[in-house]
Design a protein around this ligand. Structure first.
Ligand SMILES: [Mg+2]
Length: 273
C-alpha cells in the first residue's frame, strides 16, 4: 500500500510566524527515504511553491492557490492525461478563475458594499512584506498570483465579513479563509484538486492511501477528500475551532511539530494515528 501525502504549507508544514519547516525535518527525511510523494496543496502561488520544491528537492506535482492549478512535472506519470497548459517543465490542469477577473470583481464588490479592504493587487511588495512578515523577495513571489486574490477587511467585524462573503457568493465567486487573510476564488477548492490528482495517482499505481494535513478552514475540502485527514494545532495550542468534523484526527503539536508527529507515526507504523 503506497501513501500519498497532501499538505498545506502556512501554519501546517511551515510555522505560522517563522515560516520554518525545520521541526518537520525528521518526517520529511522519512518520506524521502521511503519514496512517498509529498504534494503541496496551499494558497501560495506557483512561484512561492517552487522555492520549497527546490529547497526540499521535492519533485512531485503540487496544487497552487487553493486548488486553482495542479502542476505536474512533465514525464511524472506514464499514463495519458489531459492538460490545459504547458508552463515551463509542468503540465498544468487549471481549475481556477483568471486572477484579473477575481481582483476586479473583489474591488467592485467592496465598493458597492462600502466596505474598505486591502488586497494584494493594490499593495506594493513592501506593503505585502510588512503585512505578512515575508521578506521582500518572498513577498514579490506571493504577488505573482494566477487563481486567487488575497484580502483583508479594514476594521473587520463579523457583520462586515458576512456581508462581504454574501456579495462574493452572489456575484458567482467563492471565498475561503487561510491563516491570515480572506481569499476570493472561482469554482475551485483544495478538495477538488486533491480528488482529481488522487484519481490520477490511482490510475497509475492502483493501491494508494491518501493523507491530508492542514490547520485552517481553507483545508477542510482537502481534509474531506483524503483517506486519513489530520489537523495540526494553531499557535496557542488550539485546533481551529471552526473545524468540527469528528472524522478529522486532531494531532498534538503546533504546525510543523504536529506535522512531524503525525507523518512519522503514519509512515513508520502504518497506523491511522
Ligand atoms: Mg494554513
Amino acid at each position: 500500500m503506497g501513501y500519498i501525502i497532501f499538505t498545506d504549507l502556512d501554519g501546517t508544514l511551515i510555522d505560522h510566524d517563522t515560516y520554518s519547516y525545520e521541526a518537520a525535518r525528521p518526517a520529511l527525511n522519512l518520506l524521502k527515504q521511503k519514496d512517498v510523494p509529498l504534494i503541496f496543496c496551499t494558497s501560495k502561488t506557483r512561484a512561492e511553491i517552487e522555492v520549497y520544491v527546490e529547497e526540499l528537492d521535492c519533485r512531485h506535482p503540487f496544487i497552487s492557490e487553493n486548488g486553482g492549478g495542479i502542476f505536474i512535472p512533465k514525464g511524472y506519470f506514464d499514463i495519458d492525461l489531459k492538460f490545459d497548459h504547458r508552463i515551463g517543465d509542468y503540465n498544468v490542469i487549471e481549475l481556477g478563475t483568471n486572477y484579473s477577473n477575481l481582483k476586479d470583481a473583489l474591488v467592485e464588490i467592496s465598493k458597492s458594499a462600502g466596505i474598505e479592504i486591502i488586497n494584494f493587487a493594490n499593495m506594493t511588495t513592501e506593503e505585502v512584506s510588512e503585512d505578512t512578515g515575508l521578506d521582500i523577495h518572498s513577498a514579490g513571489l506571493a504577488k505573482l498570483r494566477e487563481y486567487d486574490e488575497v484580502f483583508r477587511i479594514i476594521d473587520e467585524t463579523e457583520e462586515k465579513a458576512s456581508l462581504m462573503m454574501e456579495l462574493i457568493r452572489s456575484a458567482g465567486y467563492n471565498h475561503t479563509r487561510g491563516g491570515r487573510y480572506w481569499h476570493i476564488i472561482g469554482n475551485n477548492d483544495k478538495g477538488k484538486a486533491v480528488r482529481m490528482l488522487s484519481d490520477i495517482y490511482r490510475k497509475q499505481f492502483t493501491d494508494i492511501t491518501t493523507v491530508g494535513l492542514g490547520d485552517s478552514l481553507n483545508d477542510l475540502p482537502m481534509l474531506g477528500s483524503v483517506d486519513i485527514p489530520v489537523l495540526v494545532q494553531k499557535p496557542g495550542s488550539l485546533h481551529d475551532p471552526s473545524i468540527t468534523d469528528p472524522k478529522i484526527k486532531r494531532v498534538k503539536g503546533i504546525g510543523p511539530i504536529g506535522w512531524n508527529n503525525a507523518v512519522s507515526e503514519i509512515i513508520e507504523k502504518g497506523s491511522e494515528i
